[in-house]
Design a protein around this ligand. Structure first.
Ligand SMILES: [Mn+2]
Length: 249
């Protein structure tokens, strides 16, 4: 029997308190129970949540999905999660509450004979220099340590400000600056020569690209965001785009 592997990203779930019936949340809950539950493995490669500023705040805010994820991992579905640029502060309590396994970035998976590189994608957007500088700062363990010392209200306020700034800046910057840099993509493939496929999200511009590197065909698969319909990739063993409105892009 062929194992079915599902890969998704950029769900951007909203907290329960903001809108319990938000269409993105509803679609994701439906996707988990109807589709992911039938698979063997689910990989979520960044930005599952709109924002995460600490387990002590967000576990309660995202209780519905956390309970659902826990039910699925308890039933035996393997769920893997990579940090995105909006949610990179999940800690021990989150992994325990959901039963999800944390993925490093990059992660290499080999499924049905295909080796695939998984990354969120933001570190490939090297043309956006100010963003990369900010990213290094936020990923610094010492800075994170200080951040967690702040009171909850302060962390929520900082998170909200970061979220707004990220949205405003993204809408002002030209698309080519916001997209991945091809040299960064080539560098990543060169670091992992056994892989001919790369799957990432972040840019919210679903597409499939193909190019030749060292006489080999390299494939870059870009996942879309959930606005609001489900978008994901399945490996069955071919790699295919899926969404709830049409079978393939
Ligand atoms: Mn992102």
């Amino acid at each position: 029997m062929l194992e079915q592997v599902i890969i998704t990203a950029d769900v951007h779930l909203v907290p329960d308190i903001d809108n319990k019936n938000h269409p993105i949340n509803q679609n994701f809950y439906h996707f988990l129970t109807a589709t992911a539950s039938q698979a063997k493995e689910l990989y979520i490669i960044g930005d599952l949540f709109e924002i995460w500023v600490g387990d002590d705040i967000n576990i309660a805010e995202y209780q519905t999905v956390i309970n659902l994820l826990k039910q699925l991992t308890d039933k035996g579905l393997k769920i893997y999660l990579m940090y995105g640029n909006r949610d990179f502060l999940m800690g021990k309590k989150f992994w325990k509450a959901t039963g999800i396994v944390k993925l490093n970035e990059p992660t290499i998976i080999k499924k049905n004979g295909i080796s695939i590189i998984l990354v969120h994608g933001d570190h490939l957007c090297t043309d956006d220099k100010p963003y990369q500088k900010m990213r290094r700062l936020f990923r610094n363990k010492m800075i994170q340590w200080f951040f967690f010392k702040l009171p909850k209200t302060k962390r929520i306020a900082i998170g909200e400000k970061m979220r707004q700034q990220s949205q405003q800046k993204s809408s002002k910057k030209p698309n080519n600056i916001m997209d991945v840099n091809q040299q960064a993509v080539i560098k990543l493939f060169n670091q992992h020569p056994s892989c001919n496929h790369l799957i990432h999200g972040h840019t919210h511009q679903p597409a499939k690209y193909e190019f030749i590197l060292d006489n080999k065909s390299k494939h870059r698969w870009v996942l879309g965001d959930w606005r609001p319909e489900a978008k994901y990739i399945v490996i069955t063993p071919q790699i295919q785009f899926k969404n709830t409105e049409k079978d393939a892009l």
